[in-house]
Design a protein around this ligand. Structure first.
Ligand SMILES: CC(C)(COP(=O)(O)OP(=O)(O)OC[C@H]1O[C@@H](n2cnc3c(N)ncnc32)[C@H](O)[C@@H]1OP(=O)(O)O)[C@@H](O)C(=O)NCCC(=O)NCCS
Length: 190
């Protein structure tokens, strides 16, 4: 799937400037559609490289990415029951973040939450997390479950801010690299 709306460096630079200058950055959250898939792949990849690239070799990241976030697997997720996929768009509807969740009657999982590096710490991740909480509540559930790599310190700190309760530590393999993953849930007061 090729990206028809590639996020160019200039677009990002201008948008970041706009967001920093504006007291009221407009963030729109919505479910993804088939047209969003190329941009979602781009956001996932760019965010992976910056957040995971310092402890997982790029070749291993790429292998996992091509296996799990290729066109077919994303299309499957898009139409799968019990899977919700959201994107965050700012100002002129530029997509800057992605959240993928799956759930059943007992458990609501956030399997991916990625904000483009240039748009981190602007409150977008929190909005997406709140949305997951709202969705879980609407299903009568009282926890949102997440998995975070133990080496992903920034994300770990961020989830800890919302009362991340770690319940187990599991191995997680990407290509030839195996890392540790904390599994746990967050409180609903975020
Ligand atoms: C982790 C991530 C999703 C957070 O999203 P974000 O949009 O950057 O976070 P927000 O701006 O919404 O954070 C809001 C709050 O968290 C605080 N915060 C931001 N980064 C933080 C950090 N690393 N540690 C602790 N607190 C942090 C902010 O100060 C803000 O606090 P406030 O509400 O009290 O003012 C995002 O940074 C990201 O995509 N990281 C890389 C990918 C990744 O690791 N994803 C998680 C994989 S499991």
């Amino acid at each position: 799937m090729s990206s028809s709306q590639e996020i160019t460096h200039t677009t990002i630079k201008n948008l970041v400037k706009e967001c920093n200058n504006s007291n009221a950055m407009k963030v729109n959250l919505r479910k993804w559609t088939i047209e969003d898939l190329p941009l979602i792949q781009e956001i996932l990849w760019k965010t992976w490289i910056t957040s995971l690239g310092n402890f997982i070799p790029e070749d291993d990241l790429r292998k996992y990415f091509l296996e799990h976030y290729n066109d077919n697997t994303l299309l499957t997720r898009l139409y799968q029951q019990n899977t919700d996929c959201f994107i965050a768009q700012v100002n002129d509807n530029i997509t800057v973040a992605v959240e993928i969740t799956n759930f059943n009657q007992e458990r609501y999982n956030v399997s991916s939450l990625y904000v483009l590096p240039e748009f981190q710490t602007m409150g977008i991740g929190k909005k997406l997390l709140r949305l997951a909480v709202k969705e879980a509540q609407s299903l009568g559930l009282n926890k949102v479950w997440i998995g975070v790599m133990t080496d992903n310190k920034k994300a770990l700190d961020w989830y800890s801010k919302f009362g991340f309760n770690i319940t187990e530590r599991l191995p997680f393999t990407m290509g030839k690299t195996t890392v540790s993953l904390y599994i746990g849930y967050i409180m609903f007061n975020c």
